[in-house]
Design a protein around this ligand. Structure first.
Ligand code: CTP
Length: 468
């Protein structure tokens, strides 16, 4: 591995180690990522001794500031684009955000043993006698080769040291496309309740990393099968299952949602669009009904789903800001393009969709496309063709009518001034009538046509313009 420690920082660290007679190792994610050829800017250094003191020595040499986190017993410094963290070798569990006292003065092996996974416990020596040697007491290299997430200790102990590691196991399996070792899966299933001692923010951080992976369904299947999902995000686990009445079943909305999520990941990296995919059918269990002679229906699930979004965001400590509004809008409108594609596509329906979706129209079209999961080749082809038509129509209407970010050509103020009205019911009626006429295509989206139309409409209400 020596040839991989190319960065000049490693020489500087090794020199400092030599001068101060301290043993140090690169450890953790950086080493793992070296082997996986994933670029990494975070370097963790484990120091056999006092991590903070050693960091200060390096800081003096590099003339850089050292940030010290006394309660964690760690220190950090930045060097060009790298973040280097120093920690004394520990005998006790290694974990971030720990409130337990830190027990330093462990051996390298003590420290490695208390880390989460064998692939994260690999260390490379920065010491003169064996510079560049990989120290791998738990066959982490073999696990990298076999694509396995395994704990160095009995997984029950590793997970009880920090239950967030159950989420981390699933997150790494998803990001790296690895399998989780059977004993670890069983330990997650049996220890899952312990996740409750972990903060919601940390859980959601891991969840978002799963969602941002190329194929998030890997992680959600693990979360579901181990029972963790039901604890951390019950609404999603609730999508699982098929009910059968009179021999008729509906599709399993959990696996459908995973398919939609994986589909959207092929076309977008956007976390919030991915959340919209996760939540698009979230209200299906709550709106499910069996109608005689008709079969299963989920009337209004888009509306109810949109209303569920703020509560789910709050529960998961996701931001309650415009990102949430974006997800809400997409959940609300997710059926619209597909309904359009199934019917005769009229200009006015397209105009309405553009008007309601506004800036989000492209994201909505991506979501809708991802929502087509039929295995029936004929249906799939039909959908796709109609969908292309909708897209073309959207483009035409948009170019012609410019309805995205629509501002009414006549404002409420204009109306009040023209007819000498105070704010009130009539102003609303006229404004709505103008908007409807534009969306229906009765008039064009410009001031003159809207003004003439307004005068006519006002007359029907018995209103005359005031002469100035
Ligand atoms: N670690 C651990 N248990 C935790 C968190 C971290 O044992 N709950 C150890 C692992 O050895 C890990 C290292 O601390 O490799 C650094 O943790 P972190 O920066 O969170 O993760 P990385 O492995 O670097 O991966 P990523 O940057 O993708 O989170």
């Amino acid at each position: 591995m020596q040839q991989h420690l190319k960065h000049p920082i490693f020489k500087i660290l090794a020199e400092t180690a030599e001068q101060t007679k301290t043993e140090i190792y690169v450890i953790g994610g950086f080493v793992r990522d070296l082997y996986l050829e994933r670029p990494s800017k975070d370097i963790d250094i484990v120091v056999l001794g006092n991590g903070i003191e050693f960091a200060e020595k390096v800081g003096q040499k590099l003339k850089s500031n050292v940030a010290i986190f006394k309660s964690f017993g760690t220190a950090m410094l930045k060097y060009h684009d790298l973040e280097i963290e120093f920690v004394g070798a520990r005998k006790e569990s290694y974990r971030s955000n720990s409130r337990k006292p830190i027990v330093e003065n462990g051996t390298l092996q003590d420290d490695q043993l208390r880390r989460d996974f064998t692939i994260n416990a690999l260390a490379i020596s920065l010491n003169k006698q064996n510079y560049g040697e990989v120290i791998d007491p738990f066959e982490g290299l073999a696990d990298l080769q076999n694509k396995t997430i395994r704990t160095p200790l009995d997984p029950i102990i590793t997970f009880s040291d920090d239950p967030l590691r159950m989420m981390r196991a699933i997150r790494f399996a998803t990001q790296l496309h690895f399998n989780i070792d059977q004993a670890a899966i069983e330990a997650i299933s049996s220890q899952k309740e312990r996740i409750h001692i972990v903060s919601k923010e940390r859980i959601t951080d891991e969840l978002n990393k799963i969602i941002l992976a190329p194929k998030p369904s890997i992680g959600f299947n693990y979360l579901f099968d181990t029972g963790l999902l039901k604890l951390i995000f019950p609404q999603m686990a609730n999508l699982y299952g098929v009910e059968i009445i009179n021999g008729r079943g509906h599709k399993d909305n959990f696996y459908h949602t995973l398919q939609v999520l994986d589909n959207i990941c092929q076309t977008s990296e956007d976390l919030w669009l991915r959340w919209a995919a996760i939540l698009h059918d979230i209200a299906k269990p709550a709106t499910k009904r069996y109608e005689e002679g008709h079969g299963w229906t989920f009337h209004g699930h888009e509306d109810k789903g949109a209303r569920m979004v703020p509560q789910i965001f709050a529960q998961l400590k996701l931001p309650l800001n415009d990102k949430m509004k974006f997800v809400q809008k997409l959940v609300l409108l997710h059926l619209r393009p597909i309904v359009l594609a199934q019917e005769k596509i009229t200009d006015s329906a397209v105009r309405r969709l553009l008007f309601e979706a506004g800036e989000e129209i492209e994201s909505l079209m991506l979501l809708c496309n991802a929502d087509v999961t039929t295995k029936n080749e004929y249906k799939l082809k039909k959908y796709r063709n109609n969908f292309e038509l909708v897209k073309q129509k959207l483009k035409d209407v948009e170019e012609r009518d410019q309805l995205r970010n629509w501002q009414p050509p006549i404002t409420g103020n204009d109306i009040m001034q023209t007819f000498g009205l105070a704010a009130g019911k009539e102003v609303g009626i006229l404004k709505n009538a103008i908007r409807e006429a534009i969306l229906e295509g009765d008039i064009t989206n410009n001031y003159e046509e809207a003004f003439t139309f307004m005068l006519q409409k006002a007359k029907e209400l018995g209103l005359e313009p005031v002469t100035s």
